[in-house]
Structure formats: structure tokens, C-alpha cells
Ligand binder design. Structure first.
Ligand SMILES: Nc1ncnc2c1ncn2[C@@H]1O[C@H](COP(=O)(O)OP(=O)(O)OP(=O)(O)O)[C@@H](O)[C@H]1O
Ligand SMILES: [Mg+2]
Length: 645
């Protein structure tokens, strides 16, 4: 017997006996009474969902077992009624059992029986039956120990005794689980057409209903509103452990809606992957992007045609061209599992690295076998996008002067005008004087603009010795092709920014234009992926940042219609402009330590709390149009090559 038990027992047994057990039930603990255990198991087996009187039997055993311990004689009784429990405990109405419209009007608590306490964790999914077969699907929101009997355990003697042993007498305490109702599950239809559905929690379960851990795949998927089909992201988990069921495979696949059945495929409503350094962003992003490129995946365009998506991935660390190659660590067993879950895997043959030629930099590609194509940014692209050469520090007045100069330059030189010619053009004192005298551009403004636009980064980016990207659009964007734009070899962040923004805005402009120059972009479902997106979509206060954000926000808004999906990856989400965030439907967050970063991704607080504790590959997904907010674990292996030896 435990010391603590001794303290509390005096009045305790009386309490519990009067509230729970009948005299007969107490007798049942007599070893001679062979009826007792079978009675309990029968009732449990035949009335699993029932919330009726039978359940009292379960309670009786608990109570009497502690009573039995009063007498040493009973300690050896082998009958253990717990073996037949079908749940983890029962609902309690002791402090009210209430379901309301608002979360704070809701109070659902379960008593967790002693032998289930180790397994019950915050976040776990539970089911509580209603008498007519409907079920309440709920999450454990909090767990609390309470004393079974009123005892002041903050005393020297309790504490000393407790310090000499390493467990407690569970039955001296109640473990109460606060449940957060998620949905009511019900069956719709009859016979073979019966369908499991969910609706708002609009009814309260009966007190003493048996609470079970949810372990049935359809019930969990329906409860969490998780789509059956779509793009595979990972497996449902709670506290870093995959949720398992009796089905084969036992894990529960989390997918993003990818059809037009209700709403548009979520890829065209934009995705953000945020996570700290080394949290598994790129590994996870490759696994998702690979799914968009699956052979059979098609998206319907506005003209009714169905086409495969093109993926264009901006790649500052030169990691994504490896998606061309198989992951050498993948075994036949891995492949078998992925196939069973319809996960696209293996190197994607149709992968091309579009390598920007910038100054003297050279690209070394010994870590992948994807085809390489060189390109340059023609200065003509600046004609419609003067902000590309505005840099971060032009004020509005200076920017107006810049646009005037660019316009006049191209009027004179046409689309063939080069950056070098532009530099010569504005280096002309006569032009400076003319604009100043006519009151169009003040001398000081002119000089400021000139200082900005004449720089080595621009000289290295524009009109290099390679084919202009504008001549290669048809091979740059191709249905079913992964196009990677590595920029690691470009040793100048300014130059990198111009390359990425020029290409990204070219794609976006073509998608949004009513009179596109290149039908290919307009007609192809397109996913634009951007790693280290905070470098390009910053909330910096500059003309360029404003133009870029305006453009991307607009693109994001039109994405559903035009089949343009943004797939942004970042370790510094707090540096991405808020307007872009607002357009993002699916937020995937891996481990993030920084508090500002966590706040900035705007996920429900119950997910926020998990973020700093997540291990590599663990993520939370907030995608309100797809499912309830959940935690998942991505595949532990990359489905394509990732990493350098
Ligand atoms: N789910 C996972 N299971 C096991 N290992 C993983 C998982 N996800 C990622 N890793 C491994 O962790 C390492 C870091 O992952 P990754 O390169 O994706 O990180 P990252 O967040 O992109 O980091 P960085 O900030 O450096 O870009 C890699 O070796 C990767 O293979
Ligand atoms: Mg990375």
C-alpha cells in the first residue's frame, strides 16, 4: 500500500462507494465470484458505443479495486477487469458537460482511467459516441491531475515520502482530459452508399459515455476534414508520432486538394513553407514539388484543355537540379511503400537547369546530371520594368526620372537597346541639361539616378554572352518540366536579385497579361517556387520592393483563374511582405525558433506552440480550405536526390 493512499483512504472509499457502486459490485471482487469479469467484458463487447447503465460496471471495478487494496488478502486476486476496457475513460458531468457555439462556452471533460494515463497526450484525437451511433470527434486540449480525495499534499511528510519512491498511487488522483470538440461524425445514406460525413458540433454527448482513441482511418480523415485525394505532404502525427490505425498502411496520409470538385486546386492558392535553418525545408519542398510533376497529374485550363504543370524553381543554394536524379539511399522497400500511397518518386528526367550567365562567374554542376542551358537577361526587359534597375534607394521623384529616361532611351533605340548603350545614353551632359532646362528632371535628381543605374552588378547581368531568356521561353516553361534557376554561382546579391526578379516578373506578367507575348506561359499551369523568398519579396521600404510586392500580390490574387501557383520557402517569414502573406492559403511550418518569425506566419495558437519543439521533417499545416489545422511528418527520405556527399 502506498503512503499517500493511506492518508487519503479514510473517507475516500465511502465517497466513491456511494457515488458509484452497488453492494453487489463490491462483492464481485471476491475471487470466488466468477461472474464478475465476464459480465463486464460481455457488456463492453456488445455495447461499445452505449452510454447506458452497463458502463457503471466499468466504473465499479475501478472503485472496488482500490477498495480491495485495503485488504492485503485481495492483492493477489488475478482478475484484472482493465483487460476488457474499450476506451480510455468516460465523460464526466461533474463540472458541467456543455457544447456551445463559441469555444469558451464549451466544456467537455473526460475522466481517464489509471491504466490509460500514460498513453493519453495533449493533441490526441478521440471519439465519443452518441446513443444513436453518431460520434463526437475531439482533440485532447489539456490534461489535469486532480486529487480524488481532499488532502493537503504540500506538507513535509507527504513530500518526504514521495521523494523516497518513484511513482504515485494513480487511483488517489483523477486525470481529467479537456476535450476540444472538432466535429460530429454521422453516416449519410444507406446500404453500400453510406458515407461518413462531418458537421459542426451541435449536440452534447451523454455523461459517462466511453471515450475512445480515434483509430479508424476514415473516421480520423473525416473528423479532420482531410481530403482523400490530392498532393501528398506527409503523415498525420501528434507530438512527433505518426497516428496509427489498424488499416494497411497504418499511417494516415495528409494531402492537399488538387482538383476542381470543390474550389480550385490549392496549389494555385499558394503555399508558404517556413522553417529555421536545417529544419528540412528543402527536403520537404522537393518532396512536394515532385508530386506536382507526377506523370498523371493534369490541371484544367480556362480554355478547357488539361495540361501538366510546369514548375520553375528559383534556387539560391543550387540544390533543386538534383531532382533530376534518383536518391541513392532509397530502397526497394521505400519505393513499395510510396507506391502503396500513390506518392510520386524518383528523379524527374524532365529537369533543366537554366543557368544565368553573370559576369565572369562560372557554374559547376558536378552534383547533378540535369541538362544545363545558359541564358542572359536582355536589357529590353527593363523597358516595361524600370524598377529592375531602381535598386533599393530611389525616392519617388528619382524613380519618376528613371522611368522617363528608360522610356526615352527605348523610344530611340528600340528593343535592341542594350545596357551598355543606356549607360552611354545617360552619360550625356546635353541630355542632362535639356531635361533640367525644360523643368522635367532636376540636375541633382538626374545625377542621383545616374549613380544608381550605373553599377557593376547591372553590367554583369544584362546582355551577357548567352541566349536571351526571352528567346527561350518555350524551353524555359514546358508542361511536365522542372526548370531550376540556380544562382549560387552568382557572387553578387544585387545581381542575383535582378536575375530572379526579372524572370519571376516575366512569368507573372505573361500570366496576367491579356495580350501575352508568349502564349506558352499563359497556357501552361505554372508553379513558381522560390527558396529564400524573403530576399525577393521583402517588406523593405523602397520603390522596387513596392513594385515587386504589388505585382506578386496581384499575381497571387489572379492565380486561381490563371493557374499560377506561388510556392514560397523561407527561414525568415517575418521579412516577407504582409500583402503576400494574405494571399497564401496553405502554410506549412517546420521548426522555427524565432518568436517574431513564428508570429509572422499567422497560424492558430495551438499550432504555434508546437513549432519550437519540432524535429527535422515535422511540420504543422494550416490550410483552412483543406483541413483542420494539423501536425504531420514528412517523408524521412527525399523522393529525389538531396544533399551532397
Ligand atoms: N523528414 C526528414 N527526416 C529525416 N531527415 C530529414 C528530414 N527532412 C530533412 N532531413 C534532413 O535534414 C537535413 C537538412 O534538411 P534541408 O536541407 O531540407 O534543410 P533546410 O531547412 O532547407 O536548411 P537550409 O536552411 O540550410 O536551407 C538534410 O540532410 C535532410 O535530408
Ligand atoms: Mg534549404
Amino acid at each position: 500500500m502506498t503512503d499517500l493512499g493511506d492518508f487519503s483512504r479514510s473517507g475516500g472509499d465511502d465517497d466513491s462507494d456511494t457515488s458509484e457502486s452497488s453492494p453487489a459490485a463490491t462483492d464481485e471482487f471476491d475471487a470466488d465470484d466468477s461472474d464478475s469479469a465476464p459480465v463486464a467484458s460481455d457488456s463492453d463487447a456488445t455495447d461499445r458505443d452505449g452510454a447506458g447503465d452497463d458502463l457503471d460496471d466499468v466504473g465499479d471495478f475501478e472503485t472496488t479495486s482500490s477498495a480491495a487494496r485495503d485488504d492485503d488478502r485481495f492483492d493477489t486476486v488475478p482478475t484484472d477487469p482493465r483487460g476488457t476496457d474499450t476506451g480510455i475513460g468516460t465523460l464526466s458531468a461533474a463540472e458541467g458537460l456543455r457544447i456551445g457555439e463559441d469555444e469558451d462556452e464549451t466544456h467537455v471533460q473526460a475522466y481517464v482511467t489509471a491504466d490509460n494515463r500514460e498513453d493519453v497526450r495533449v493533441g490526441k484525437y478521440l471519439l465519443v459516441p452518441y446513443p444513436d451511433g453518431e460520434k463526437l470527434f475531439a482533440r485532447v486540449a489539456a490534461l489535469e491531475y486532480r486529487q480524488e480525495y481532499r488532502v493537503d499534499d504540500a506538507t513535509e511528510i507527504h513530500s518526504k515520502r514521495a521523494m523516497r519512491r518513484d511513482d504515485i498511487e494513480e487511483t488517489d488522483y483523477k486525470l481529467m482530459a479537456d476535450l476540444e470538440p472538432v466535429a460530429v461524425l454521422y453516416e449519410d445514406g444507406e446500404g453500400p452508399d453510406v458515407e461518413l460525413k462531418r458537421r459542426m458540433t451541435d449536440r452534447v454527448p451523454k455523461p459517462k459515455s466511453v471515450v475512445r482513441e480515434a483509430s479508424d482511418k476514415p473516421e480520423i480523415k473525416t473528423g479532420l476534414k482531410m481530403p482523400e485525394d490530392g498532393v501528398f505532404l506527409g503523415h498525420l502525427s501528434v507530438g512527433g508520432e505518426k497516428v496509427r490505425t489498424a488499416a494497411e498502411p497504418p499511417t494516415i496520409d495528409y494531402r492537399l486538394k488538387d482538383d476542381y470538385a470543390d474550389g480550385d486546386p490549392l496549389v494555385f492558392r499558394h503555399t508558404l513553407v517556413a522553417g529555421g535553418t536545417g529544419s528540412g525545408k528543402t527536403h520537404g519542398a522537393k518532396n512536394v514539388l515532385r508530386q506536382f510533376l507526377a506523370d498523371e497529374r493534369r490541371y484544367e485550363m480556362e480554355d478547357g484543355a488539361e495540361r501538366r504543370a510546369a514548375v520553375v524553381q528559383f534556387d539560391p543554394q543550387d540544390e533543386y537540379a538534383q531532382m533530376h536524379d534518383d536518391n541513392p539511399d532509397v530502397t526497394r522497400e521505400d519505393e513499395r511503400k510510396w507506391e502503396a500511397e500513390n506518392v510520386a518518386h524518383g528523379g524527374h528526367d524532365d529537369t533543366v537547369a537554366f543557368v544565368p550567365k553573370v559576369g565572369n562567374s562560372s557554374y559547376a554542376a558536378d552534383h547533378h546530371r540535369a541538362e544545363q542551358v545558359e541564358f542572359t537577361i536582355p536589357f529590353s526587359m527593363v523597358r516595361d520594368r524600370p524598377w529592375l534597375v531602381a535598386g533599393a534607394s530611389l525616392n519617388d521623384n528619382q524613380y519618376n526620372a528613371l522611368t522617363l529616361l528608360i522610356r526615352r532611351f527605348f523610344d530611340q533605340f528600340g528593343d535592341a537597346g542594350t545596357y551598355r548603350e543606356f549607360v552611354d545614353y545617360i552619360d550625356d551632359p546635353a541630355l542632362r541639361e535639356e531635361l533640367d532646362e525644360s523643368g522635367r528632371v532636376h540636375e541633382a535628381t538626374y545625377d542621383a539616378v545616374k549613380r544608381r543605374v550605373i553599377g557593376s552588378a547591372f553590367a554583369d547581368v544584362f546582355d551577357q554572352d548567352a541566349r536571351p531568356i526571352t528567346d527561350q521561353i518555350r524551353s524555359f516553361v514546358k508542361p511536365g518540366q522542372l526548370t531550376v534557376v540556380p544562382t549560387y554561382h552568382v557572387n553578387d546579391s544585387r545581381a542575383t536579385e535582378v536575375v530572379v526578379l526579372a524572370l519571376a516578373s516575366l512569368l507573372v506578367d505573361e500570366k496576367l497579361s491579356n495580350a501575352p507575348r508568349y502564349d506558352r506561359v499563359k497556357e501552361t499551369p505554372l508553379v513558381v517556387g522560390m527558396d529564400e523568398a524573403h530576399n525577393f519579396l521583402t517588406d523593405a521600404d523602397s520603390v522596387q520592393a513596392r513594385k515587386v510586392i504589388g505585382k506578386f500580390t496581384e499575381a497571387a490574387k489572379q492565380g486561381r483563374k490563371e493557374r499560377l501557383g506561388l510556392f514560397l520557402i523561407t527561414q525568415d517569414p517575418q521579412d516577407i511582405h504582409e500583402a503576400v502573406f494574405k494571399q497564401i492559403n496553405t502554410t506549412v511550418v517546420l521548426n522555427l525558433g524565432d518568436e517574431d518569425a513564428i508570429k509572422s506566419v499567422n497560424i492558430p495558437s495551438k499550432l504555434e506552440g508546437k513549432v519550437p519543439y519540432m524535429e527535422k521533417g515535422q511540420m504543422v499545416v494550416y490550410s483552412p480550405d483543406n483541413s483542420e489545422p494539423v501536425e504531420i511528418i514528412g517523408l524521412s527520405k527525399c523522393v529525389t536526390k538531396h544533399g551532397r556527399e
